[in-house]
Write a protein that binds this ligand. Structure first.
Ligand code: C2G
Length: 444
C-alpha cells in the first residue's frame, strides 16, 4: 500500500484545497492529512486563521478524501510523521516548491500545481475590512503609531484609514496613509474604528466623540484619567454597540498569557508577591514634558497588569511614592507603588527618568516565576524551584511586541468572536490609580 501525506491549515476550506487533496490521494492508496494546530500556525506567522482547529478538521473530514487526519503541532514534525506512519510520498502545493526538498531523505517529495485564483487569505480579505484610524501626537506615541501601522499589514481584514495628529514629524513619517489630518472629524468620517494614543487627558474627548459616531475604539491604557469618565464611556459604548478595548500590548502576547495560566494553576503554589519593574530613559533635552506621557501613564498600566490579573484589584492598601521632574508637578521621573492584599503583597516601579532592571518576579510558596528584562515584550519565562533540577523554561514566539496579536484581538472583538484580554475590573483599577497618583502621593 502506497501511503501519501500532506499538510495544511485548511482555513475556510475551498476549491483549491479540495483539488489538492484529490490529487494527493490519487498519488497513492492511503492519504494522511496533517491539519496545523492553532499554536503551530501562530508560531509560523499565521495568526488570523478564522476557524478553530476542530472546525478545520471537520471540514477536511467532510470532504471524504482523507483516510486519516493528524494534527501538526511543531516544526520538524513532518520527519517524525513520515517515519512513524511509514509514508511513501510527501506532497504539498507548488507555492512551497523547494521548501520541503529536505524530506527527500525520508520519502518521495511531490509538489502539485497550486490552483490559481483562490486562497484562504483572499477569502479572509474579501470580508469587509475594518478601517482603523490612528490618533496621537506625543513623542512617546510616535514609535507606537509607526509600529501599529507596520503590524497592521500582517493582519487580514484591517487597513489603516489615516492619522489625526498635530505632530508634523509623525504626519511626515506616515504621509502615505490615505488621510493625514489635524481634524478629528475628518478621520472619523473615513474610519470604522480608532486606535487612540493621544495624551491621556485627551482620551475622554477622543473616545466619546468616536463612540458617538458609532466607531469602535482601542485605546492605549489608561483609557481615561478619571474612573467616572471610564464608566460613562463604557455605558456609551454599550448603547452604541461599540467595542471599547484597553490597549496594553503585553496582555496580548503569548508568553505572558501562558505564564498567567501557569501561575494561576498553582505551579508555584500560593502567590505571595508580584513585583514588576518597567523603565525607559527619556532624553529630556529633546522631549517637551508638557507634551509627553508621564511615567505613571506610560508604564503604570503595563506594570499593574500582572499584579491585578494575578492578585485581583481588591487590595487592602496601597502607597505611592514619586520622584518628580523639577519643572513639573505632573511629570514623575520615577514612581514606586506598594500594595498590600489580604494574603499577598505586590510592588511596581515605573520610570522614564531612572533606570532599573525591567524584570517581573512572581513569588509563590512552592517556587517563583522569573521573566527577565524587558519582561513586557518577552518570548520567554522560567519556573524556578528550590531544587534547580526541577526548573522549567518556556519559549513562545513573539510577533511585533504583542501589537500584532492585539490588532487581531481588536478585530475579533469587533466581529464578536473574541473579547478583550483585559477585564473591566483591571482597566478600572488602572484608571483609579492614575487618578490617585494626581491627588495622593508622596514626593521624594
Ligand atoms: N493550495 C492549493 N491551491 C490553493 C490554495 C492552497 O493547492 N489555491 C494548497 C497548498 O499549497 C497546501 C494546501 O492547499 O498544499 C493547504 O493550504 P493552506 O491551508 O494554505 O496551508 P499551508 O499554509 O500551505 O500549509 O505545515 C503546513 C504546510 O506546510 C502547508
Amino acid at each position: 500500500m502506497k501511503k501519501v501525506i500532506t499538510y495544511g491549515t485548511y482555513d475556510l476550506l475551498h476549491f483549491g484545497h479540495i483539488r489538492l487533496l484529490e490529487r494527493a490521494k490519487a498519488l497513492g492508496d492511503y492519504l494522511i492529512v496533517g491539519v496545523t494546530s492553532d499554536g503551530f500556525d501562530r508560531v509560523r506567522g499565521k495568526i488570523n486563521v478564522q476557524q478553530t482547529l476542530m472546525e478545520r478538521i471537520e471540514a477536511v473530514k467532510a470532504t471524504g478524501i482523507a483516510d486519516q487526519i493528524v494534527i501538526e503541532e511543531y516544526e520538524g514534525q513532518k520527519i517524525d510523521d513520515i517515519k512513524r506512519y511509514n509514508v511513501d510520498i510527501f506532497t504539498v502545493g507548488s507555492d512551497w516548491i523547494g521548501k520541503f526538498d529536505y524530506l527527500n531523505e525520508y520519502c518521495k517529495v511531490v509538489y502539485l500545481d497550486r490552483t490559481q485564483g483562490i486562497s484562504s487569505s483572499e477569502l479572509r480579505a474579501d470580508k469587509r475590512k475594518e478601517r482603523i484610524g490612528l490618533v496621537g501626537g506625543s513623542l512617546n506615541a510616535m514609535a507606537m503609531l509607526e509600529k501599529f501601522e507596520k503590524e497592521s499589514h500582517y493582519v487580514n481584514g484591517v487597513e489603516i484609514s489615516g492619522i489625526c495628529t498635530y505632530n508634523k514629524d509623525i504626519a511626515i513619517n506616515l504621509k502615505n496613509l490615505p488621510c493625514v489630518t489635524e481634524q478629528y472629524e475628518e478621520l472619523l468620517s473615513v474610519s470604522d474604528a480608532l486606535y487612540i494614543i493621544s495624551q491621556p487627558e485627551n482620551h475622554y474627548e477622543h473616545i466619546k466623540k468616536a463612540l458617538e459616531h458609532g466607531k469602535h475604539v482601542l485605546c492605549e491604557s489608561p483609557i481615561t484619567t478619571e474612573v467616572s469618565q471610564l464608566q460613562e464611556l463604557w455605558d456609551l459604548a454599550e448603547r452604541n454597540h461599540c467595542i471599547l478595548m484597553d490597549g496594553v500590548k503585553t496582555a496580548y502576547s503569548i508568553a505572558y498569557n501562558r505564564m498567567l495560566v501557569l501561575a494561576k494553576s498553582g505551579r508555584i503554589g500560593e502567590i505571595v508577591s508580584v513585583d514588576a519593574t518597567c523603565t525607559s530613559l527619556l532624553d529630556f533635552a529633546k522631549f517637551d514634558i508638557t507634551k509627553c506621557w508621564n511615567s505613571i501613564s506610560a508604564w503604570g498600566p503595563t506594570a499593574m497588569l500582572p499584579i491585578f490579573q494575578l492578585l485581583g484589584t481588591k487590595y487592602d492598601s496601597c502607597s505611592i511614592v514619586s520622584k518628580m521632574h523639577s519643572e513639573s508637578d505632573n511629570f514623575d521621573l520615577f514612581t514606586k507603588i506598594a500594595f498590600e492584599y489580604p494574603t499577598a503583597v505586590a510592588s511596581l516601579k515605573v520610570a522614564q527618568g531612572v533606570k532599573s532592571e525591567g524584570e517581573l518576579v512572581i513569588s509563590g510558596t512552592k517556587g517563583y516565576i522569573y521573566i527577565p528584562a524587558p519582561w513586557w515584550k518577552t518570548d520567554y519565562f522560567e519556573l524556578r524551584y528550590e531544587n534547580p533540577a526541577e526548573n522549567k523554561r518556556y519559549f513562545y514566539q513573539l510577533e511585533g511586541e504583542g501589537i500584532r496579536n492585539e490588532i487581531v484581538s481588536f478585530v475579533k472583538a469587533i466581529q464578536g468572536i473574541e473579547f478583550s484580554y483585559i477585564g473591566k475590573d483591571v482597566s478600572k483599577e488602572i484608571v483609579h490609580l492614575t487618578e490617585r497618583f494626581k491627588n495622593n502621593r508622596h514626593r521624594l
